[in-house]
Design a protein around this ligand. Structure first.
Ligand code: NAD
Length: 301
């Protein structure tokens, strides 16, 4: 098959593109705003384009499937970045959908997020829980899913939605693990922790994530949670990182049960639907955090 990965120069998109290239012809489409060319292998076709305003039809011509992973992925910049969330995630997704329709693309995989559920009380959260986002990022991901579903119904595009938990790995240059390592490299004596350290979430290593996304795509085209079975709190993450760095820092908390506006105190997804396809995460949350910490410290991707 011929496939296009939007956001394919970024953390998740580039690892996905690498795996897809083992059995498909892959084109990466990216504006290199947070992704880099170093993330793409030399023999992979790369189209530099912006999903917000460029005409994507030519890049999608002859494509059998589009994996739509380009977005403003920063979850902790609300309310400052709400315009960027809107532009990249909603306007960009509408443009991607129009190009899919014009180019006759048959299959679409949309990268959604656990944040579409908001402050869910049912833990682990199943796919049929209400979408009740509490941040602009979450709202634009939920809106993106709905737009994709409209195109699925009206234009017969086969749609797979993957709602990703917190995805970690050595190529990820954002998020709590990367931040903690850098804070500790600057000051090994103390570590500032946003919130009270008790926020508890599910973390999944990128290797399991890519396999999970492909398992979802190959099975019935529907909505899948992708995460680990368990969760780890922020204090636990700090402990793993301090241990790997051989440090014993004092933790200083900014306070409150959320790290930022739009954060949730707890997130863990019900993953049995994806497990029923034959996929199984090989690493739990703590193992995913430890593996990522080592990869980042050793500069491995
Ligand atoms: P990333 O920033 O590493 O990758 C995003 C890529 O999209 C980058 O290469 C960037 O250059 C590109 N991009 C951004 N705006 C663009 C535009 N207007 N036109 C073309 N390219 C553009 O982020 P990531 O962590 O790899 O996230 C990938 C996808 O997965 C995003 O849709 C994100 O919302 C979703 N997601 C990520 C996580 C996570 O934990 N990392 C969790 C849930 C969902």
């Amino acid at each position: 098959m011929k496939v296009v990965v939007t956001g394919g120069a970024g953390f998740i998109g580039s690892r996905l593109a690498e795996k897809l290239q083992e059995s498909h012809e892959v084109t990466v489409l990216d504006n290199l705003s947070s992704g880099t060319e170093e993330n793409i292998s030399e023999d992979m076709e790369m189209v530099e384009a912006d999903i917000k305003h460029d005409n994507l039809e030519e890049a999608f011509q002859d494509a059998d499937a589009v994996f739509h992973f380009a977005a403003n992925p920063k979850v902790n910049t609300f309310p400052e970045n709400r315009q960027k969330d809107f532009d990249e995630n909603l306007k960009g997704t509408k443009n991607v959908l129009e190009a899919c329709e014009e180019a006759g693309v048959e299959e679409l995989v949309f990268a959604s997020s656990s944040v579409v559920y908001g402050e869910e009380t049912e833990i682990p959260t199943p796919e049929d829980a209400n979408l009740d986002p509490i941040s602009m990022y979450g709202a634009t991901k939920a809106g993106g899913e709905h737009m994709c579903q409209v195109y699925q119904q009206i234009f017969d595009i086969n749609l797979t939605v993957v709602r990703l938990a917190n995805i970690v790995g050595g190529r990820n240059r954002k998020g709590v693990i990367y931040d903690f390592i850098h804070k500790l490299q600057e000051n090994p004596e103390r570590l500032e922790i946003l919130g009270n350290g008790k926020q508890r979430k599910s973390y999944l290593h990128i290797e399991d994530t890519v396999d999970g996304i492909l398992a979802a795509w190959r099975s019935d085209k529907t909505v899948f949670n992708v995460g680990s079975r368990d969760s780890i709190d922020v204090d636990g993450i700090a402990d793993v990182i301090a241990d790997e760095m051989g440090l014993n820092p004092v933790y200083e908390y900014t306070g409150g049960e959320k790290g930022w506006d739009g954060d949730v105190p707890e997130m863990r997804l019900e993953i049995e639907k994806l497990v029923s396809t034959g996929w199984e995460p090989r690493h739990n949350s703590k193992e995913s955090v430890r593996k990522t910490t080592r990869e980042l410290l050793e500069g491995r991707q």
